[in-house]
Design a protein around this ligand. Sequence first.
Ligand SMILES: Cc1cc2nc3c(=O)[nH]c(=O)nc-3n(C[C@H](O)[C@H](O)[C@H](O)COP(=O)(O)O)c2cc1C
Ligand SMILES: O=C(O)C(=O)c1ccccc1
Length: 388
Amino acid sequence: MSNYGNQIQFKVYQTMPDPDPDRLPVVYEEWEKRAREVLEDGPYDYIAGGAGGESTMDANLEAFKKWKIVPRMLRNVESRDLKVELFGHTYASPLMLAPIGVQSIIHPDGELAAAKASAEMEVPYITSSASTRTLEEIADAMGDAPRWFQLYWNKDPEVTASFLKRAENSGYSAIVVTLDTPMMAWREKDLKNVYLPFLAGEGVGNYLSDPIFRSRLEKTPEEDPASAIMHWTQTFGNPGLTWEDLTFIKEHTNLPILLKGILHPEDAKLALEHGVDGIIVSNHGGRQVDGALGALDALPEVCEAVGDQIPVLMDSGIRRGADVVKALSLGADAVLVGRPCMYGLAVAGERGVREVLQNMLADLDLTIALAGETAAGELDSSVLRKSE
Ligand SMILES: Cc1cc2nc3c(=O)[nH]c(=O)nc-3n(C[C@H](O)[C@H](O)[C@H](O)COP(=O)(O)O)c2cc1C
Ligand SMILES: O=C(O)C(=O)c1ccccc1
């Protein structure tokens, strides 16, 4: 990966003087617009929308605008290295695919398409607990490519333990425990549309295939789907959990554990005290607490609280290469890409996700080089200035 950005640029310009008029978008806003055209109101609003008045979604994008890159010159940037080290693995770049549930409402191939595209681009895929396809099917589609599993901590401890075991058995190499969604937030657009994908049986693949979950039902999900889904809604999240309960997760997996949804530096310290292996600074893409601060605004204080003790990742608002540079420069070890990939999935399935990732990697590579840097893993705040 020495001059990846230039290779992708040249590939585009080689189509001159007759660029394909049907080629896929390059501009993020155009992917979003095209996704809007191909999806019905319910699924589109579910993906693109957020909690309440969507002020946190706005804050996520505003936070990136407050930071400016101050490029350095004459530093030999001919060859660049995007690789990062996490938990003893070397990953090809600092990008991961954010865990996103119910991808079947976006494209019929759903998670399988997105996971295959991630595998091709060497971007780790984070399988959501709420995937429509099972975590085993997704793993099968990926071969040896790197993948992590995102846990929604079920009220039923045995279901949680079963998910952890299944993930370990299927070659997942880290567990992302999402803490910010023990229940779904007040999402005005979904309420307006009267739309919830789960009620139509989407996003429950891991549950309906789970032997423990099934053993709790009076009738099989095949005989009585409505009761199975009702049981899911009642057990999906557990608002009663506290920090002490983390021992349960630690006792049930040998994989590295990351906590997703940390924004407060005091919670970052608690995470350290409770012996977790990594943190993901995130406000769930503005889908949970309307009025929460932008994720990038939370990142510096969390990094300061953590020091170099464990990796800190971030998501919520990554749209372009410069956003990745800013997040890494403020202390993130890697970032998760969410909605941009889902718009790619909506517009062109596997090919769309691949295109979005490829473009973001090319943009990232060029932005690092033109900022006067050569290694994603070595960016620091010396290349940034805050401008209110
Ligand atoms: C449609 C949708 C579904 C999501 N489902 C999950 C999920 O199942 N588990 C999870 O931890 N996060 C989930 N997220 C949050 C993402 O992992 C990530 O935090 C968020 O998309 C980042 O914001 P951005 O996409 O605006 O950059 C979901 C996000 C979206 C948009
Ligand atoms: O919609 C979401 O943001 C989300 O995290 C979720 C929660 C449960 C099932 C599917 C997705």
